[in-house]
Design a protein around this ligand. Structure first.
Ligand SMILES: NC(=O)c1ccc[n+]([C@@H]2O[C@H](COP(=O)([O-])OP(=O)(O)OC[C@H]3O[C@@H](n4cnc5c(N)ncnc54)[C@H](O)[C@@H]3O)[C@@H](O)[C@H]2O)c1
Length: 361
């Protein structure tokens, strides 16, 4: 897989990626390196990552052996918060981290989001590298410079844009990931296909089992995101396309966060994709047959979530906190057709309720 080299960041793949990353670390001559993991990535990924990078040459081995520090967060979304950030900032200060230090975020979206946030705010910003270890991390969270934490049950409400210098994709990390996490990441691949092109969607639609996600599919999904963020890195315009399925998806995820019914990010987004495909039909004349096709494809992989009328009311209330809103109106990315998204579509409450009825049917 060819590396994707852009002005602000590079996405590197597998063996060659390790070579390039080792070169980068040598050239930058970092004073300290922090490996930020969570409990699972410390257990399943750290050893193999270190082995792959240290085997490149003895100089890198020496740097990593003598200048490295390790910090492991408790795993799970509930760690993506200000208290954990404070503990890591404290750790960096205690261990003499300065501007010429590097943080390697080795983990899923939780680790790369909070790790990017910690790096980009520590001493007004130090370099960081993302090494995603989940499918969702590889095709989405580790790419594109959105860093952040959750606050008061609101997802990603505190954060900033800052690009990782390098994103290294090593799909062998997926071997220890459980099926539920693969399903979660797959939702972003579905979204990318729907906003990208009918061809991309048709390739995704061929998948019968999530064991068959190929390197090429991962690569295409990454390319879709890159094509968009390079044109609009700070979400002034077309980057909003990436929020397809996310306006309601995020509100659902926030609403259920910390409850017994808490959903994985991708599970919430899968509901959002169905709801917003239906809204696309109501608002943008998106073909209802395609909406049904999307619904039945998504439902093959995702369990149905029950929403009582009060749940729906609460989700609608949460829409007002959506960061993409202007004034108080919830604005949606909708699609006129597959591969033809449009931004800033106002949708009224009755239409949202109708979309939930379509989902529940
Ligand atoms: N910044 C962005 O642009 C962006 C985009 C999408 C999602 N996100 C964020 O990403 C987060 C979700 O990411 P996620 O789904 O990767 O969740 P996650 O990072 O919490 O990882 C999911 C679980 O898998 C475990 N895990 C990770 N890698 C593993 C491996 N290789 N083997 C075994 N277990 C492993 C983790 O410990 C965790 O328990 C959310 O916080 C979401 O807001 C950010």
């Amino acid at each position: 897989m060819r590396p994707i080299i852009k002005e602000n960041f590079s996405i590197l793949f597998n063996e060659n990626g390790y070579l390039e990353l080792a070169d980068f670390i040598l050239k930058k001559n970092y004073q300290n390196i922090l490996f930020l993991t969570d409990a699972n990535t410390e257990k399943y990924c750290l050893k193999s990552f270190k082995k792959s990078i240290c085997n490149i040459n003895s100089k890198v081995y020496k740097i990593i052996d003598s200048n490295s520090f390790y910090y492991s967060l408790p795993h799970g979304e509930s760690s993506k918060n200000i208290n954990e950030s404070i503990k890591v900032w404290d750790f960096l200060i205690q261990n003499g981290f300065k501007r010429n230090s590097l943080i390697i975020n080795l983990g899923g979206g939780m680790v790369t989001d909070i790790g990017g946030f910690i790096s980009s705010t520590f001493m007004r910003g130090i370099d960081f590298v993302n090494v995603p270890t989940t499918l969702l991390g590889m095709v989405d969270a580790s790419i594109g410079g959105k860093t952040g934490i959750d606050f008061k049950n609101l997802k990603n409400i505190i954060g900033k844009f800052e690009f990782a210098k390098i994103i290294l994709i090593d799909d062998s990390f997926l071997e220890t990931l459980n099926d539920q996490q693969i399903i979660s990441g797959f939702a972003e691949m579905i979204k990318h296909a729907l906003i990208d092109s009918p061809n991309h969607w048709n390739t995704i639609r061929e998948i019968k089992s999530l064991k068959n996600i190929s390197k090429d599919m991962i690569y295409n999904s990454i390319l879709t995101k890159v094509k968009i963020i390079e044109k609009d890195p700070t979400e002034k315009d077309i980057r909003k396309y990436l929020n397809y399925g996310h306006t309601l998806g995020h509100a659902i995820e926030s609403y259920l966060l910390g409850t017994k019914r808490e959903l994985l990010h991708g599970e919430a987004i899968s509901v959002g994709i169905i709801l917003e495909s239906y809204l696309s039909c109501l608002r943008c004349k998106f073909d209802i047959n395609k909406v049904n096709q999307i619904k039945s494809f998504v439902m093959k992989f995702y369990k149905k979530i029950d929403f009582a009328a009060t749940d729906i009311e609460m989700v609608i209330k949460l829409l007002k906190y959506d960061k993409k809103n202007i004034n108080d109106n919830a604005l949606f990315v909708l699609i006129r057709n597959i591969g033809d998204p449009t931004t800033n579509n106002e949708v009224n409450i009755e239409e949202i309720k109708e979309a939930f009825r379509f989902y529940q049917d």
